[in-house]
Design a protein around this ligand. Structure first.
Ligand SMILES: [Ca+2]
Length: 273
């Protein structure tokens, strides 16, 4: 009799214990998750966010590319022909002569202007991409109008000034139009140097190297392309050697940034090989 009386009481107690422990574990699950979830998404910028730059393999970009204007044809340059641009005779606050601007991807209009910089490799001027639209898949381009180049040696100095989504500077070559080109770029938020082809507005990385990219200092990007062989240097050191069959014909050269990168460039030089 006594035992029987205890059965419902024991069951009740057991039920209460289960209920309390369930509540506890719910709270335990919720409490640490909320702040860590927030911290994670905050920490995801810039290194771990699902950024287009994070896709090491495969294509990136919208299935239907943003429309771009066709490029005006530029005469293909013969071996030994050289062009150099120091922006020092261009007007501050305006686009540099012998260039036009364009954009791959979405977001606001790119803005390239000549500006004075006391640290310029050649003084007084540099050319700067100054728009800070944070659209991630957005690549402002500054394209040189005078020639197209097949086998080439092209270099530029760049200084990563600011950017929270991205802080990068790049060199474009064998460009057919703003949706089709090769690009090698250095990223000061990710500390890497990567080589991509962009085909119909979609970007694929096919080579790269990890290296320290400091902001606020000048660095040199340089590419040698001969046939399908592409060699990329960073501050004079060979960092990438790759082969690729995508763009074999002559194309234009240019400068590149991404998202909200404010980047200064100077002394673009290109020589036909
Ligand atoms: Ca200059």
């Amino acid at each position: 009799m006594v035992a029987l009386k205890f059965v419902p009481l024991a069951a009740l107690l057991l039920g209460l214990i289960v209920l309390v422990s369930c509540n506890d574990s719910d709270e335990d699950e919720k409490r640490p998750n909320r702040p860590s979830g927030t911290a994670q998404s905050a920490n995801q910028k810039p290194g771990e966010k699902p950024d287009a730059d994070e896709g090491e393999e495969g294509e990136e970009g919208p299935p239907t590319p943003a429309a771009v204007a066709a490029e005006k044809a530029a005469p293909q340059q013969t071996a030994g022909k050289e062009f150099a641009y120091n922006f020092d005779n261009d007007t501050s606050g305006q686009m540099p002569a012998k260039f036009h601007s364009a954009k791959t991807g979405g977001g606001a209009q790119e803005k390239w202007v000549v500006t004075a910089d006391p640290t310029a490799p050649s003084k007084p001027n540099v050319v700067a991409q100054t728009s800070t639209d944070q659209t991630d898949y957005r690549f402002p381009l500054l394209i040189a109008d005078e020639g197209s180049f097949q086998d080439l040696d092209v270099s530029v100095k760049f200084k990563a000034v600011s950017g929270s989504i991205d802080r990068a500077g790049g060199l474009v070559f064998r460009l057919k139009d703003p949706n089709n080109y090769y690009i090698v770029r250095a990223n000061a938020l990710e500390n890497n140097y990567r080589l991509y082809h962009v085909v119909n507005g979609r970007r694929s990385q096919f080579a790269g190297a990890n290296l320290k990219v400091t902001s606020g200092e000048w660095h040199e990007l340089r590419v040698e392309a001969t046939g399908n062989k592409i060699t990329c240097y960073y501050d004079g050191s060979k960092k990438i050697e790759a082969t690729d069959e995508t763009f074999k014909d002559a194309g234009k050269v240019g400068l590149w940034t991404k998202a909200d990168s404010v980047t200064y460039f100077d002394d673009l030089k290109v020589t036909t090989k």
